[in-house]
Design a protein around this ligand. Structure first.
Ligand code: NCD
Length: 314
């Protein structure tokens, strides 16, 4: 596997191998010195044309735990603001010696375009509404390991709630959860479902109350106000009334149901309780797992399939 651009292009075996390798990276991350020499001499460049907190920092932390060099491209202070093209920017960085580009861009398809301009590996860290494969990987790991069910989600129902239309996280997760055998139900106003959802292997519900007592995982999406060009919900207050996680709805969850959110959260919109008060919340676990899941991806694309690292860094 040279690139990771989309969950769609993974086989189930590739997905479960990445999840199993993530277990190994969790073990490394838990050591007093969480570092192995596996990618020494390799350079990972993070090229983010859109804001990010956890994705960028966790990729950089992941690269460092594997002893790779890191290069950070900050669009705000770069020559992109002098009109340098995307292609020139990538070729310039590549000329300095980059083995993997970690790319986030507001346009769908940019990570794939970049594979045509460089010999380096390319990892999609979120492109437009299209895909966010490492988020799906860390979410699958968080859920399966919380349930202790191996890599098998058959018999479990995951509700993905909110702004599916603008969500690359939803597109990646629907695919990944169903590959592991879960049933997915989308809970959203019709205006926040994309037209193509009728071809997806999912059910839909019109209100969170219709499903909240029956599901195993409640996956809340962020209301993506920056990606909406029209008023697709009457008001955020009405949205919260039908789709927000209130304390009353939290009480109706099954006792072992999990609650996830990719972050950043809009408190008071999609989540009206403090996640710290929810026994099933895995929101911080998602962030922790994010580093190990990205170690697994970096190692897989850069090691050419050799055995996983074990020894500590010298
Ligand atoms: C997501 C993203 O940027 O796609 N956040 C993330 O990576 N943790 C989800 C979002 O922005 O709502």
């Amino acid at each position: 596997m040279k690139h990771l651009l989309s969950i769609e292009e993974l086989t189930t075996t590739q997905l479960t191998s990445l999840l199993d390798l993530t277990d190994h990276m969790v073990e490394i991350s838990g050591r007093p010195v969480p570092k192995v020499p596996a990618l020494r001499g390799r350079t990972v460049a993070s090229v983010f044309f859109e804001e990010s907190t956890r994705t960028r920092l966790s990729f950089e932390t992941a690269a460092k735990r594997l002893s790779a060099e890191t290069m950070t491209f900050n669009v705000g202070t770069s020559s992109v603001n002098k009109g340098e093209s995307l292609r020139d920017t990538i070729e310039t960085l590549a000329a300095m010696g980059v083995d993997a580009f970690v790319v986030r861009h507001k346009s769908s398809g940019v990570p794939r375009m970049i594979t045509e301009w460089t010999d380096a590996s390319v990892i999609n860290a979120g492109d437009g509404w299209h895909q966010h494969p490492t988020q799906a990987l860390l979410d699958c790991h968080t859920i399966t390991r919380s349930f202790g069910c191996g890599n098998d989600l058959s018999g479990r129902t995951v509700a993905i709630v909110g702004d599916v239309k603008h969500s690359r996280v939803a597109r990646s997760n629907i695919r990944a959860f169903t590959m592991l055998g879960a049933e997915v139900v989308l809970v959203a106003p019709r205006t926040l479902l994309p037209p193509e959802f009728i071809d997806w292997p999912v059910r839909t519900a019109d209100a969170l109350d219709d499903v909240v007592g029956d599901i195993d995982v409640l996956y809340l999406l962020r209301m993506q106000r920056e990606r909406m060009d029209a008023a697709l919900v009457p008001s955020l207050g009405e949205y919260s009334a039908r789709f927000g996680l209130t304390s009353q709805r939290a009480r109706q969850l099954k006792h072992d149901a999990l609650v996830l959110h990719p972050g950043p959260m809009n408190r008071g919109v999609e989540i009206l309780v403090d996640p710290a008060d929810l026994p099933g919340s895995r929101i911080l676990e998602q962030v922790r797992t994010g580093v190990s899941a990205r170690m697994s991806v970096l190692y897989t694309v850069l090691s050419g399939g050799s055995v996983p690292p074990t020894g500590g860094a010298e």
